[in-house]
Design a protein around this ligand. Structure first.
Ligand code: ADP
Ligand code: ZN
Length: 435
């Protein structure tokens, strides 16, 4: 039986949800208009007054917000409450440029914990479970975000944070954790290290894991589930909106339900800003409608997604987003062809012979892009003949070319050549930017 954390919100009818969103949206717009000069100026310039926003159907009238706006107003320019009401700040992990800062009131922290509590409950966790948190604690939102949700559920939280993987595994085993959360890359590294320590999934008690903060493929999910012996659930979020818990997966594992009573999603054409109909692929945009300290209006995430209101077997009615393939910033344009690292990951894991570690290296020689994919071989392959390794390289080359529609040089590298990470994996080295 599917369990819900907050059934009235998670299973509301569409008209209930729309009217709640409309009410909260108009309140939020008034709040930012009155308290954030940047928003007031923008809305005035666009000729929109708070009284023009009465329902979700008016959303399109509001100006967009983008990452640069956060950088321009760094650190506190977009905060909508006096600092004496701000009880916490976080910062983005800075994957793409200068760090940005966000803030939370006590109510915002409660909202965040609620969102994560829904995610944990959807993953099957309850107060009898143990939660091993291997997301980083600190300015990064991962650790403290899930921590708050797990405490709200009443789980026994083990706040391990990142680092010292062998010690992590000992803690996992000794304390009998039934749930874990970390990046999917780190989950694989934990599995690899367990193997080196002579341990298998039978030595630990994991039932489920919440993995997010970076794109990952279905193939990677299978790999993690097999190696850690747990159900691997996706969780999505970003610092600017609240952190992890913006959207979460249910038992159906076919996309993530968005906590749309808190964050209204839209899909837009990234080039024109036009709102696209449900089912179209485009840039995800979120409007925060319950936040006090840092409520962004129509924030352009640069994540590429698809929204769907199709009925879900779990009973939740919250709109779903497809697993994002990556951000528009991650998308490489190589010789005119759009390439996402996640496509390469799918190909490699489907072939299934090499290790799940790879890096795309792009450069420019004589005005032409060069494209190399380094793929790590497994320790078992190390003793293979040159001929069989060449065959493997060739098989990867063919599969990559047919998937991406572009040629690549495939280089098999020795085990452990590609750096392991505790947080987000680095799948791309684009040297073209250095020239
Ligand atoms: P930074 O922008 O510095 O990486 P964040 O930790 O706020 O800092 O990262 C949020 C971004 O991480 C999202 O915009 C998205 O690109 C990515 N992300 C988070 N969760 C997922 C997920 N489950 N699947 C794919 N991408 C994700
Ligand atoms: Zn569902």
């Amino acid at each position: 039986m599917e369990k819900y954390w907050n059934k009235s919100m998670e299973c509301a009818t569409l008209s209930e949800m729309k009217s709640l969103q409309s009410f909260r949206l108009s309140q939020t717009v008034r709040h930012v208009y009155e308290n954030v000069p940047v928003y007031r100026e923008r809305m005035d310039a666009a000729g929109v007054k708070p009284e023009d926003i009465n329902s979700v159907n008016d959303l399109y009238k509001l100006p967009f917000t983008c990452k640069q706006d956060l950088r321009d107003t760094y650190p506190y320019g977009l905060f909508a409450v006096p600092m004496d009401r701000v009880v916490r700040v976080h910062a983005s992990s800075g994957t793409t440029g200068k760090q940005i800062v966000v803030g939370y009131t006590q109510k915002d922290l409660d909202t965040w914990s609620e969102c994560c509590a829904r995610a944990l409950t959807a993953a099957g966790a309850d107060k009898s479970d143990f939660m091993h948190v291997s997301y980083g604690y600190g300015l990064f939102t991962g650790g403290l975000g899930i921590h708050g949700g797990a405490e709200k559920v009443g789980m026994t939280v083990i706040p391990v944070s990142t680092g010292n993987t062998k010690r992590q595994i000992n803690i996992l085993r000794d304390l009998g954790s039934t749930y874990i959360c970390c990046t999917p890359s780190y989950a694989l590294f934990i599995a690899e290290t367990m193997q080196e320590m002579g341990l298998t999934k039978d030595d630990i008690k994991l039932k489920g894991g919440l993995f997010g903060a970076e794109p990952w493929t279905e193939e990677m999910r299978t790999e993690i589930q097999d190696k850690l012996g747990c159900k691997a659930m996706d969780i999505y979020g970003l610092t600017e909106i609240i952190g992890p818990g913006v959207a979460f997966e249910c038992s159906e594992q076919t996309g993530m339900h968005i906590n749309e009573d808190n964050f209204i999603p839209e899909i837009i054409d990234p080039d024109t800003g036009e709102v696209l109909p449900e089912g179209s692929q485009g840039e995800l945009v979120f409007t925060c409608i319950t936040k006090e300290a840092f409520p962004l209006l129509r924030y352009r995430t640069r994540d590429i997604g698809i929204l769907s209101r199709e009925k879900c077997s779990c009973g939740r009615t919250l709109i779903k987003m497809k697993k994002p393939a990556g951000r528009s910033d991650d998308m490489l344009i190589i010789r005119g062809v759009n390439v996402f690292p996640s496509q390469v990951e799918s190909v490699l894991l489907q072939l299934g012979n090499t290790a799940p570690y790879y890096q795309l290296i792009v450069d420019r020689e004589n005005n032409t892009d060069t494209f190399e994919i380094q793929v790590e071989i497994t320790p078992e392959m190390f003793s293979d003949t040159i001929k069989s390794l060449e065959q493997e390289e060739h098989a990867i080359k063919l599969a990559v070319e047919s998937t991406l529609g572009i040629g690549a040089k495939i280089t098999l590298v020795e085990p452990k050549t590609i750096p392991r990470v505790e947080g987000k994996a680095v799948h791309v080295i684009d040297r073209r930017k250095l020239h």
